[in-house]
Design a binder for this molecule. Structure first.
Ligand code: SAM
Length: 237
């Protein structure tokens, strides 16, 4: 098949692009930095980022995590990939001072990067949106170098019952798998040393909660205490 035709975004990706472009226009891309900051910092510590690392930030949004990683990876490179071009426009605007960050438009299911290009991958709050998570894992395995490590951080998964409220409320379809199902999926798609950790969100919770996802601040505190699911896996040598 003509590669140009092959690279056209699927209907599911077009829907995600439209939805997240709207999020970006409404300023929700920047808001996510404060919402995901604490759980991401804990993950960055586990990633043990070194100067020279080549890192993919999959579903990078406005690129705040890409920039945090680029500050440490100095002589390496961080590539932020996202399906929403409006997110990337904002990411680029905020990254002009960085020489080791690059942004690419594309889908997790069709990553426009070379084979074996990265030695670390981070994906924050993005993986459950992918219509075909198995295809995304096959693509990740292709662009990861042998021995490279994958870190997938998600707040929406079956074992945190509060997060299941989002499934019917979000305007785009999402996948709600359990920790055990994710571990099996990673193994099925050729990853080794698969492990799962819980990352509690230690950021302060206001005394009163006025948003739409929780009944009160107590529920929000409990949601944060259950924590995000961090999946860690390796591409075999
Ligand atoms: C909830 S936001 C998180 C963004 C960023 N990681 C953060 O924590 O601020 C989810 C991001 O994943 C991106 N995304 C969703 N589906 C995608 C796909 N199939 N391929 C690439 N990016 C995708 C969205 O465009 C959006 O920017």
């Amino acid at each position: 098949m003509d590669s140009k035709v092959d690279n056209l975004p699927s209907q599911a990706d077009q829907k995600l692009q439209q939805e997240f472009n709207e999020w970006a226009a409404a300023g929700r891309g920047d808001e996510m930095e404060s919402h995901h900051s604490d759980i991401t910092e804990q993950t960055l510590a586990l990633m043990d980022i070194q100067p020279g690392d080549r890192i993919l930030d999959l579903g990078c949004g406005t690129g705040w995590a890409s920039r945090r990683m680029a500050r440490i990876a100095t002589t390496g490179e961080v590539v932020g990939l996202d399906v929403a071009d409006e997110m990337l426009r904002r990411a680029e605007q905020s990254s002009s001072a960085f020489r080791n960050v690059r942004y690419a438009w594309g889908s997790a299911e069709n990553i426009p990067e070379a084979d074996n290009a990265f030695n670390k991958v981070l994906s924050v709050e993005s993986f459950y949106y992918y219509a075909d998570q198995g295809k995304a894992l096959d693509e990740l395995r292709r662009v990861m170098a042998p021995g490279a490590k994958l870190f997938i951080l998600i707040n929406l998964y079956k074992d945190n019952h509060y997060s299941l409220r989002w499934v019917t409320e979000l305007k785009v379809p999402v996948q709600a798998l359990s920790e055990a199902e994710y571990k099996a999926l990673l193994a099925k798609h050729g990853f080794t040393n698969v492990e799962a950790r819980r990352i509690p969100d230690r950021s302060p919770t206001p005394e009163t909660y006025s948003g739409k996802w929780f009944k009160n601040a107590e529920e929000l505190r409990d949601f944060k205490k259950i924590g995000a699911l961090l999946l860690i896996a390796e591409k075999p040598h």
